[in-house]
Design a protein around this ligand. Structure first.
Ligand SMILES: [Zn+2]
Length: 417
């Protein structure tokens, strides 16, 4: 186990370093000129801002990567997790409480050491490029709210899962899997309706003319128009966006106020139609189903390896001889799993990009390809997204197709329509 783990850790790190340096070099190489396809619509200044922003973010990502690798090593082979476990056992006896305390302590330590990175990203990188709107007070408020939310939702859930691991017999992994799935479904409804509104305001459209257009489009596509919301994204960032979320009665399309402020009525229609296209093609349902299947495999795997002594000793953890090892198994599993899923990430990114093409095609059929293209270009420009990413980096990480591919396809869809 130690060898396989060490190889996966090093190979994953090398792969990500290689990808990031490719991206940095590719973007820097293309910094001098705007790609011909966009030359009449994107200024050299915007293009160079996007290049600098991308390079700054990716460079910082390298640092985070190295730090994350060191941290994983610390928790596992260097004995950090074992130490934390022993330390807690000095204070409390073996049992459910100690196991939950271990997971909470592990999470708290992880979040604390992550703080400098998130502060730097918000107050240095985002600030330098003029995106940050978060004040230190708002930042603190957000953190307190997230902490409260994490404790309120996370601790009961963890307690239930760890308890079930010990109490439901041989097929505990199947029971815990069903609880985990139930929780995810519940969050799909609770997140847009209860949690997100705690951080942002969601309001129906105010502009009457635009409201009519939006309602007409939604009716034409077979949606209830009450699902359209404007979010005060400008509270935290100048980045503009739109997204779709939820299912059933909680289904909704959300536009950031920062996006709405920049689009013409026709462009709003086109972006909305794109989001509706995601619903039309049942992308949320497809995501849920694949998440169900994948996590079942994950839980079955956890069910197997949590019973093997080599899983603990191989990862630098001394298993408890008297008490249960469920919390240790959960933590180790969550830490090790991403090392192996890195290598299948391109498949998921590919699927997501396919969904984006489908949603674009739907938008072109329902509205106008020219409007969709110009709205997307505004998004690229305002978010300082690079127009010239490295093709290999795109294959690995991009959930959305890069600008050239996407606009090219929209044009093709529009001419075929
Ligand atoms: Zn989309």
């Amino acid at each position: 186990m130690t060898i396989a783990f060490a190889i996966a850790l090093v190979a994953g790190l090398l792969l990500k370093f290689w990808l990031a340096t490719r991206q940095i070099r590719h973007v820097a190489r293309n910094r001098a000129t705007v790609p011909p396809l966009f030359a009449d619509r994107i200024t050299l200044e915007s293009h160079q801002k996007a290049a600098d922003y991308t390079v700054a973010q990716t460079r910082f990502g390298l640092l985070e990567l190295a730090w994350g690798g060191a941290l994983t090593l610390f928790w596992t082979l260097l004995g950090g997790l074992s130490m934390l476990n022993q330390w807690l056992l000095n204070w409390m006896p073996h049992g459910l409480t100690q196991q939950v305390a271990l997971i909470v302590a592990f999470t708290v330590v992880g979040s604390v050491v992550d703080l400098p990175f998130s502060i730097y990203k918000t107050f240095v990188i985002e600030q330098r490029f003029g995106f940050n709107k978060v004040t230190p007070v708002l930042w603190l408020q957000d953190m307190v709210k997230s902490l409260a939310l994490g404790a309120l939702i996370g601790i009961p859930l963890i307690t239930l899962i760890v308890w079930m691991m010990g109490a439901t017999g041989r097929y505990w992994w199947l029971w815990t899997w069903s609880v985990w799935m139930g929780f995810n479904l519940l969050m799909l409804v609770l997140y847009p309706t209860v949690i997100a509104p705690w951080f942002n305001k969601f309001q129906p459209l105010e502009n009457a003319e635009l409201k009519d257009r939006v309602s007409a489009l939604m009716a034409r596509c077979g949606f209830q128009s009450k699902g359209f919301y404007v979010m005060d994204g400008s509270k935290r960032s100048a980045h503009a966006n739109a997204y779709f979320t939820g299912f059933g009665a909680a289904k909704r399309v959300v536009f950031y106020d920062t996006l709405l402020a920049q689009l013409t009525a026709g462009e709003v229609d086109a972006v909305l139609a794109h989001e509706l296209g995601h619903f039309k093609h049942r992308h949320i349902v497809k995501r849920i189903v694949s998440m169900f299947a994948l996590s079942l495999v994950g839980f079955a795997l956890l069910g197997f390896i949590s019973g093997q002594a080599w899983f603990y000793t191989g990862l630098g953890v001394v298993p408890n001889l008297q008490g249960a090892n469920d919390a240790l198994a959960l933590i180790l599993f969550m830490m090790v799993l991403p090392l192996f899923t890195t290598f299948i990430a391109p498949a998921f990114a590919q699927l997501s990009r396919t969904h984006e093409f489908e949603a674009d095609a739907y938008a072109v059929a329902q509205t106008s390809g020219a409007d969709l293209s110009s709205a997307l270009l505004k998004l690229y420009k305002d978010n300082a997204s690079t127009l010239t990413p490295d093709p290999v980096y795109v294959k690995f990480y991009y959930s959305h197709p890069p600008a050239t591919e996407r606009l090219g396809r929209i044009q093709a869809d529009a001419t075929h329509a």
